[in-house]
Structures are given as structure tokens and as C-alpha cells.
Design a protein around this ligand. Structure first.
Ligand code: HEM
Length: 405
């Protein structure tokens, strides 16, 4: 182990990460993978980085659960709106709530429903590309990547166009509250966003009960129709918030990260321009290489041992998806972007019973957005003053300024 590697992992603490980690966690991930794949944390939790460990943990819902009622109590406080939200959404629940909501979502996002969204997605993307025409400089997040999922997810809920603007800020504040550490200001903003979002959705749901939509295409109507006897009003509203958020920042980051990665790998950019078909495998390589969701969590239900570490029941495990997706034991040349990589069984959408419900939709958004962007602006260049979002859990850019021609 080199001195630098030792410094990187000695006393590694996700709640107080070392300098440089938020900007470029990948050298730290490699040091952890090599020398501390199960890294005990000062607060009693564990950071896990190996692909094989994460893959196994995601599949095993007996030993590793998603329920966060215990873990979030000290973080948010039991009465906080953020506590109600995050402990009611399907992603942080076990059956029966998880199964009920997931069934509705899987039904709403079937292959036919996704294919039906394609023409509208292409129109949205082409309109955004046309709006950037002739501009000296654009921000690929503000002007492009962040605008796409808002429309897709807004359409899924048949939400009036004029109502969509606050969605991104609410989503950033609510999902941002899942970061390992939070300031009082971030906590207050997250709580207020849950209150505002829930109030907005209550009105929308009341209106939809009076004027039901087509359950084939309208997820809110689908959820409301399943409400009786299945979901309480709180469960309905909090899961709507989760679904609206889940499909949102992650997909923005997939598109933004892909355009940044292509800039850093001009050979791959050239290959994609010459043969747009390789986006089919390419989209998964973007997801592997710069995973929008870098961290997941599970709680142990029994005393276990991994890599010689005794892990007691009730421990919080930080599953570092971003590291597992760069694990050399699973991927050749993990730090190279190879758009034709195959096989590419990355964990960007996690795995097991909580595998991302929107993964096919997200892939479609990524494929179409990147290829149409590249077709219209093949010579785009980043102008060097990009700003990362600064989060550990969600990796993406806050600003990605570029020249288009
Ligand atoms: C690139 C985009 C996306 C990424 C990287 C992503 C990633 C993930 C991950 C890692 C999980 C599992 C979390 C866990 O169990 O710890 C998840 C769950 C989920 N995602 Fe996505 N997601 C994306 C897009 C979407 C979209 C577009 C939608 C819907 C419109 C969506 C809906 C969901 C839902 C409903 C769950 C919860 C599934 C469950 O708990 O059973 N996601 N996502």
C-alpha cells in the first residue's frame, strides 16, 4: 500500500469525507476496494465497495432490509415531514407496502407504456435542442438535461404544464436530505419541500378523483384507483412524491454525466458520432462509469460476517454503487469509458426486489437525449467552468457550461 493510499483509507469516514472525495471519489474507491472493502465507520455503520458483496446484498432481503424507520429516526426526528416521507415511500419499505406500490408502478411502466412515451420524448428533446440554436454558450443541465425528465414524469402524472417548475427544487431538497450529513438549513429546506409538495399533490389528487384520467397512461389515476383498501392517503401522496423525485434528478444526471464523459473521452465521442447504434450498449456504460446514484443503504437483520468483519444485527450498510461499478474484479479497465462494453452487469439501478422500476424509461431517455444532442451539436465543447452538485449520494453536475459549435 502506498503512503497516499494509506492516507486515503485510514480513518475513512463517510459522514466526514476526506478532502477531494466529493469532487473525485474514484481514487478513494479504488483504495477501499483494494485494502478496506468492508470499512467500519465511527458511528457503527459499514462502508462496502466490492461488486460481489453489493450484488449479493441487494438480492438477499432476509438478511438485508430496506426499511429505514430506525435509521432515519435520529437523522430527521419522528415527527418531521422528511421522516414521514422517506419512511413511507416504497424504496425504504418492505412488504406489504413495498409490494403494493411496486406492483402499481411496474404495471404503469410496462413496455407498451414506455414505447408510447417515445414520440413525446423526441418532441421535447428536439424542442429543447432548437431553443439552444444560435446561443453562444449554454448550460447543458439548466437548458437541456434537467428539462427532459420533468416533462416525462409530469406527463406520467398528467400534471398541468404550469405546475411543473417547482418539481426540480423540491426533488433536490428532499433527496438531498439523504446525504450522510446535513446542515440545519438543508434539513429545514427538505422538510418544507415535503410540506409544499404534499399540499400540492393533495389538491391534484382531489381534482383527479373528481375527474379521473385514463389509468393506462395516468399513474396518479392508477394509484388513486388502487387506493381504496390498499393505500392510505399518506401512502398515496408520499409515494407520488417519491416517484416524481426518483425519475428526475437521476435521469438529469445520467444525461449530464454522459455529455461530460464523452467530452473527456474524445475517441468514444467519435465512435458514437460515427455509429449512433452503439448507444444501445453505451447508455449502460454511462450508467456504470458515472453512476447517478453512487450510494445505497441496507440494514442487517442478523449478526453476520463479511471479509472477516463481524457486523451486528441492526447495522447500517452503505453500499457504494459507484465503487462496485469500478471494481476491477468485475470490469476490465474499469476507469475506461468503453461504449461497447459487453457484458456490463452494472449496479446503477441496484438489484433484487428493489431494482429500479424506471430503468427502461431512464435508458430510453438517456439513449435518445444523448444521440439527438450529438447529431445536432456534434462539435460541442465544455467550456471548463463546470460545477458538480457536491453530493456524495447523487453524482451529477449543477452546471455544465458548453459551446455548441
Ligand atoms: C438514470 C436514472 C435512474 C437511476 C440511476 C435510478 C436508480 C435507482 C436505484 C439505485 C434504485 C434502488 C434504490 C434502493 O433500493 O436502494 C431505484 C429505485 C427506484 N427507482 Fe430509479 N433510477 C433512475 C430512474 C428512475 C425513473 C425514470 C423512475 C420512474 C419514473 C424511477 C423509479 C424508481 C422507483 C419507483 C424505485 C423504487 C423501487 C423499489 O423500491 O422497488 N427511477 N432507482
Amino acid at each position: 500500500m502506498t503512503t497516499i493510499e494509506r492516507e486515503m483509507i485510514e480513518g475513512f469516514d463517510l459522514t466526514n469525507p476526506p478532502d477531494g472525495f466529493a469532487e473525485d471519489p474514484f481514487p478513494f474507491y479504488h483504495a477501499l476496494l483494494e485494502y478496506a472493502p468492508v470499512c467500519a465507520q465511527p458511528d457503527g455503520s459499514f462502508v462496502l465497495t466490492r461488486y460481489a458483496d453489493l450484488d449479493r446484498i441487494y438480492r438477499d432481503t432476509t438478511l438485508f432490509i430496506s426499511d429505514k424507520k430506525r435509521a432515519f429516526l435520529p437523522k430527521f426526528g419522528g415527527d418531521a415531514p422528511l421522516y414521514e416521507h422517506h419512511t413511507t415511500s416504497l424504496v425504504f419499505n418492505e412488504p406489504p407496502l413495498h409490494t403494493r406500490v411496486r406492483k402499481i408502478m411496474v404495471g404503469a411502466l410496462n413496455a407498451r407504456a414506455i414505447a408510447n412515451m417515445e414520440p413525446g420524448l423526441i418532441d421535447t428533446i428536439d424542442m429543447l435542442l432548437d431553443q439552444m440554436d444560435g446561443r453562444e454558450q449554454v448550460d447543458l443541465i439548466e437548458d437541456f438535461a434537467s428539462k427532459i425528465p420533468i416533462q416525462i414524469i409530469g406527463n406520467m402524472f398528467n400534471m398541468p404544464m404550469a405546475d411543473r417548475e417547482p418539481l426540480r427544487d423540491w426533488s433536490l431538497a428532499i433527496l438531498g436530505a439523504l446525504e450522510p450529513t446535513l446542515t440545519a438549513e438543508q434539513l429545514a429546506k427538505g422538510n418544507q419541500s415535503v410540506i409544499d409538495f404534499k399540499a400540492y399533490l393533495k389538491d391534484l389528487a382531489d381534482d383527479r378523483r373528481r375527474h379521473p384520467g385514463d389509468p393506462e397512461t395516468d399513474v396518479l389515476t392508477r394509484l388513486i384507483e388502487s387506493e381504496e383498501g390498499e393505500l392510505s392517503e399518506t401512502e398515496l401522496l408520499q409515494n407520488c412524491i417519491f416517484i416524481l423525485n426518483a425519475g428526475h434528478e437521476t435521469t438529469t444526471n445520467l444525461i449530464g454525466n454522459a455529455l461530460a464523459a464523452l467530452h473527456d473521452f474524445p475517441g468514444q465521442k467519435y465512435a458514437l458520432k460515427s455509429n449512433p447504434e452503439i448507444i444501445k450498449t453505451g447508455v449502460d456504460e454511462f450508467l456504470r462509469f458515472l453512476s447517478p446514484n453512487q450510494l445505497g443503504n441496507r440494514e442487517t437483520t442478523a449478526d453476520i460476517e463479511i471479509d472477516g468483519h463481524k457486523i451486528p444485527a441492526g447495522s447500517n450498510l452503505h453500499l457504494v454503487i459507484g465503487a462496485a461499478n469500478r471494481d476491477p474484479a468485475q470490469f476490465d479497465d474499469p476507469d475506461e469509458l468503453k461504449l461497447m462494453r459487453k457484458p456490463n452487469r452494472h449496479l446503477a439501478f441496484a438489484g433484487g426486489p428493489h431494482l429500479c422500476v424506471g430503468f427502461q424509461l431512464a435508458r430510453m431517455e438517456g439513449r435518445i437525449a444523448v444521440n439527438r444532442f450529438l447529431k445536432k451539436y456534434p462539435n460541442y465543447q465544455l467550456t471548463g467552468n463546470a460545477e458538480l452538485g457536491g453530493r456524495l449520494r447523487f453524482r451529477g453536475y449543477a452546471k455544465l457550461p458548453a459551446k455548441l459549435n
